[in-house]
Write a new protein. Structure first.
Length: 299
């Protein structure tokens, strides 16, 4: 255990589905994972009338009625399917943690006194945030150096989310991956590393972009894990050169409404007609070297 005192002590905060990232973090010789903290109460709760209003706004009447019907009949919905994937992931994380002799803690909410006490007890130098809800300063500032987050978006131009949707909506030709320090404003902290990946819509999906986004985002996971691990490696070595973002650049995006989702479908139909119906396909296998922050700032 004495050897670990010379290493960067890292805690990982996640909801799950970060096995690739954990595997790469565990492989960094200059890093010791001091604890994994999995938040379990991740569903934001609303009063029934507010929940109905939000469902209609973001999903539309048809999907809202369908989801309610499935619930009444005892069938699951998309949220239930996502939670099943998350539970499977947590089981794999638990097995990985046990194999690596890393403490794994389940917390209803990161912001409770008990959860924060456990984090402080780990004496972390750095927090790594991977796939969580918004975290407050009382948590992300616990580690000595603060915390870093991996964001599927080219900050500062694309902050917030959801990943890839707005780039596709705006007709971008690439998507960014950004590892940055966490601050109170979403995706606004100093950038450690960035990388871009080509974004070419596969028109075999027609206007049903959800399947394309799901596949594309899954293909980005290993890239996110690699860029995150390289960022942590640089921080551990003391050679990272984070640069501040310009708050005047870019946009903080939010969940698209049903109307905006329909507009994306219309745009995809129009683009397909304009390109003669060609079925351009996603190309995420072209590797691009991560950009150091000094390069990113001049891009």
């Amino acid at each position: 255990m004495a050897e670990s005192t010379t290493k960067l002590r890292v805690i990982l905060l996640t909801h799950g589905q970060c096995e690739a990232a954990l595997e790469q973090l565990l492989a960094i010789e200059s890093v010791v994972i001091a604890g994994i903290f999995v938040e379990t109460d991740i569903l934001r709760r609303y009063r029934p009338t507010e929940a109905l209003r939000r469902s209609i706004k973001y999903e539309g009447w048809v999907t809202t009625l369908r989801n309610h019907a499935r619930k009444l009949l005892g069938f699951g919905n998309s949220y239930d399917e996502e939670m099943n994937l998350t539970e499977d992931s947590r089981a794999r994380l638990r097995a990985m943690a046990e194999s690596a002799h890393v403490p794994l803690h389940l917390a209803d909410n990161y912001h409770t006194d008990s959860a924060r006490a456990l984090m402080r007890a780990a004496a972390p130098d750095l927090g790594v945030i991977y796939g969580t809800n918004i975290i407050k300063e009382t948590v992300f500032k616990i580690p000595r150096l603060g915390s870093v987050n991996v964001h599927q978006g080219l900050a500062p131009w694309y902050r917030g989310g959801p990943p890839v949707f707005w780039e596709l909506y705006n007709g971008e030709q690439e998507v960014g991956i950004t590892v940055h320090f966490v601050e109170s404003k979403v995706d606004s902290g100093k950038i450690v590393l960035q990388q871009t990946v080509p974004l070419n819509y596969d028109y075999a999906h027609g206007p049903n972009y959800e399947q394309f986004l799901s596949k594309y985002q899954a293909e980005l996971q290993n890239r996110c894990a690699s860029l995150l691990a390289e960022s942590v490696r640089l921080i551990a070595a003391g050679t990272a050169t984070p640069i501040p973002q310009d708050p005047k650049l870019g946009t903080r995006y939010r969940l698209p409404t049903k109307a905006q989702k329909n507009e994306l479908r219309r745009r995809l139909r129009r683009r397909q007609i304009e390109c003669g119906g060609a079925a351009f396909k996603s190309s995420v296998n072209i590797y691009q070297e991560p950009r150091r922050t000094d390069e990113a700032s001049s891009a």
